[in-house]
Design a binder for this molecule. Structure first.
Ligand SMILES: [Mn+2]
Length: 504
């Protein structure tokens, strides 16, 4: 569903969830502006038992002149024309049901409501503001001409991703980088975010931790509070000497919101968040900071009446137990029971980082899996596949394992349509490069034979060429090593084995 599909309706009412947060207000404001520019009669409303009270939200409402109206649940209103619920789903528990002629949904939470044909729900996005931003861009709406709207959208993302520390979807990052907003207003909102009540909640939460001294992790369940408090507590916990990894969560009306931190290279916070929420929600972020959400409905389906404390403590322990760590440098690869494979003759794209003009020494690479800070050594090469994954190689490895050509790596024919096109950004000059613009074709050498073994259990491999970042192997993935150099160990994801390799 696109915004232009909704232009056949008039009037249009946009409803935030009850107790609206900054993200709901921002997303609603974006829609309001769009429909207003199309000459519609628009309203922006919310309902529920409480009117907006939090200091930062009142400030946001006043400073950005949000035309939001409160509808008391006692008023039995009937909405004429179209009702769009934003940052929530019509019929779900966190939004008062208003009778309406037609209904549409624009949201980024787990899909709860499936019977509304007019809906756009994208659970992987960090904020509903991002979704509205991308829908406005699809319609070529002149976003950057409206600083107030941009400020609202930025603040929506800011508050929904723990001050931008837990965001991971590339669209969230793209929006963060492209919006022009009032910095002074954002800092004013930011400094009125918590109430004294919430300060107390944070304090109480911190004295009730559970701690695992074998794996050096802590788990805290907080009372219901602003989700930013979870990030605040977890950032604080990580500074404790005995704590390497932590999880802080609370219960919401429809599930659990969580914040994960790690300060050791053997645990990536984004992956742990994905592990804890797998099949029952969504999680991700950065190597050190991540967040996630678990849907109560799915949780109950899978874990029944298990208390959340028990679930999280057990799941944290299992994560450590299920993924032992190996360092390729001092690991003996045992080729017994392994099969022999070679690369298929397929096109990959390669970029010699030195060829990016003015990239500088420190840069950030952005892929579907998130963002990574890297030091751009002179002989660093990046190899891209059809799905937009990126692997790091040295000059020596490129020569040993690939045949490098001069031909450009054209997106068409080489990359799948849906793949996110990875970006690289210089930290000094701030320039952004789309890697495919600089990529040339390389083809893996067919004569290089590879031992391949199916993994029965999970494993983390620190490959010989990167001792800072591990590759994760899950049961069903493959552990592989080159025959001519068995210290060259790596993981092949289960679904890519037959796609990229063939037996000898
Ligand atoms: Mn939201």
């Amino acid at each position: 569903m696109n915004l232009s599909d909704l232009l056949r309706f008039n009037p249009i009412t946009i409803q935030c969830h009850d107790n609206p947060d900054a993200d709901a207000l921002a997303a609603a404001f974006g829609l309001y502006k769009y429909f207003e520019s199309k000459g519609k009669t628009v309203r922006m409303v919310y309902s529920g038992r409480f009117e907006i009270q939090k200091a930062n939200l009142s400030l946001m409402k006043n400073k950005l002149s949000l035309p939001i109206e409160y509808i008391s649940p006692e008023e039995k209103v009937k909405i004429e024309g179209l009702l769009i619920t934003v940052d929530c789903q019509y019929g779900a528990g966190n939004v008062t049901r208003l009778e309406a002629d037609y209904v549409a949904i624009i949201d980024h939470h787990q899909i709860e409501i499936t019977d509304q044909p007019l809906s756009r729900i994208e659970p992987r996005l960090g904020s509903c503001a991002t979704l509205v931003w991308s829908m406005l861009k699809e319609e070529n709406y002149p976003l950057n001409e409206d600083m107030m709207l941009c400020t609202a959208l930025y603040y929506g993302l800011y508050t929904d991703t723990n001050q931008l520390s837990e965001l991971f979807h590339p669209l969230d990052l793209d929006m963060r980088d492209s919006l022009e907003y009032h910095k002074a207003l954002i800092s004013q909102f930011r400094n009125s975010n918590l109430s004294l009540k919430e300060l107390e909640i944070a304090g109480i939460a911190m004295i009730r931790y559970s701690y695992n001294d074998g794996y050096r992790f802590a788990v805290i369940k907080s009372k219901p509070c602003d989700p930013n408090i979870l990030g605040l507590i977890s950032d604080f916990l990580l500074q404790v000497d005995e704590i390497d990894v932590c999880l802080v969560y609370n219960e919401t009306h429809d599930g659990y919101k969580l914040s994960v931190r790690s300060c050791i290279k053997e645990v990536n916070a984004n992956e742990l968040a994905a592990y804890l929420t797998k099949g029952i929600g969504n999680g991700g972020g950065h190597l050190e900071k991540a967040g996630g959400f678990i849907s109560k409905k799915l949780y109950e389906k899978v874990h029944g009446a298990t208390h959340s404390e028990a679930y999280f403590n057990t799941a944290m322990t299992s994560y450590f137990e299920e993924y032992p760590v190996i360092y390729a440098r001092d690991y003996e690869f045992d080729s017994t029971d392994s099969a022999m494979y070679v690369h298929k003759a397929k096109n990959y794209g390669y970029v010699r980082v030195k060829d990016l003009p003015g990239i500088g020494r420190w840069s950030v690479i952005r892929t579907m899996e998130g963002e990574l800070d890297i030091e751009t050594a002179d002989d660093l090469y990046l190899v891209l596949d059809a799905q937009g994954h990126v692997e790091f190689k040295t000059h020596e490895q490129m020569q040993a394992y690939y045949q490098c050509m001069e031909e450009n790596f054209a997106v068409e024919g080489n990359m799948s349509e849906k793949a996110y096109r990875p970006l690289m950004k210089g930290k000094n000059d701030g320039n952004t490069y789309s890697l495919v613009d600089f990529a040339r074709v390389c083809v893996p050498k067919k004569e290089k034979q590879i031992y391949v073994k199916k993994l029965q259990d999970g494993i983390k491999v620190f490959p010989i060429w990167d001792e800072e970042r591990y590759q994760l192997g899950m049961p069903g993935d493959y552990l592989a090593a080159y025959k001519d150099d068995t210290s060259h160990i790596f993981i092949i994801p289960g679904e890519l084995l037959n796609e990229n390799y063939e037996t000898v």
